[in-house]
Design a protein around this ligand. Sequence first.
Ligand code: NAI
Ligand code: MN
Ligand code: ZN
Length: 339
Amino acid sequence: MKSVVIQKPNELVIEERTLPAPAAGEVRVKIKLAGICGSDSHIYRGHNPFAKYPRVIGHEFFGVIDAVGEGIDASRVGQRVSVDPVISCGHCYQCSVGKPNVCASLVVLGVHRDGGFSEYAVVPAKNAWVIPDAIPDKHAVMVEPFTIAANVTGQAKPTEQDVALIFGAGPMGLVTVQALKGVYKVKQVIVVDRIDERLAMAERSGADWVFNNVERSVQSVLEEKDIKPTLIIDAACHPSILQEAINLAAPAARIVLMGFSSEPSQIVQQGITGKELSIFSSRLNAHKFPVVIEWLEKGLIDPEKLVTHTFDYHHVTDAIELFEKDQRQCCKVLLTFDQ
Ligand code: NAI
Ligand code: MN
Ligand code: ZN
């Protein structure tokens, strides 16, 4: 089989590898579609501190089970599945409190272990979530990015009366917009970004109001309209945004951070305690695959609004370069593996 392998930073090859046999408790998935994410590009460029090389990247993938390991019912062969990249032990403290996404021995497919940019991948059977027939392939491949929004909203518990502000209209901002509007029916969702084309995508995904914060600060625009957000989500992830969000927030608001910057954020305690703000963080997803599959079944979200390009995997280098260079035109870029 062919696999997309990052041999070392900046060295990507499509390599012929032996077809793996699923171990006990595993299934083998014949990949149909996979999505490119910022973290794939970070591993390619050597900017992910957790990555070990060589690595088959890809943690957003969908396919069909074509073999099962010991202990797994043979009736699973032929199932269409989306794969949860989060592999956890199931018994540490974090797993016992429902946070397998920060398991003491966390393994993420495509980061710590070979992932889905490959003709086949072996994965734990319990990570392979069955996709109902009514959900098309091009939606099924998008389950993982939407689980990030499901995890964010699982922490923040949006209500219809929220006034939400999202920083960043990249893929993560857009999945969050769709969850807030489509699933939680939040009254007002405002999105800010520095790129007009991305703001237009946020509108397409359901944002009520978008504006560009290059020329004017978010604070001056919101103050002019006397808007105090009750829920703020940082999907842009610059360290300066935390203090900006604290300043903007209404009393009793919730703020959710998604970023992994190693730079310090400077914040003032009084701004948090004086308004009794709640600050959450969200990493990957905790048991959110069934949640998003249900959102898709009910038609509450529309993944196609995010997909701007599809490439055959032989052109994976072009696909990643386009994804990295063209934030105006590119949002989610998919790879096909079954041609
Ligand atoms: P992206 O880079 O495509 O989008 C970020 C957007 O934020 C861009 O459109 C950019 O123009 C905008 N932006 C940057 N600074 C801004 C500012 N000060 N004000 C307004 N807009 C600003 O990235 P993507 O894929 O949407 O991911 C967003 C962030 O989420 C990344 O930092 C990524 O590392 C993180 N992430 C976190 C996950 C988690 O589970 N916690 C999962 C996936 C991504
Ligand atoms: Mn991703
Ligand atoms: Zn664990």
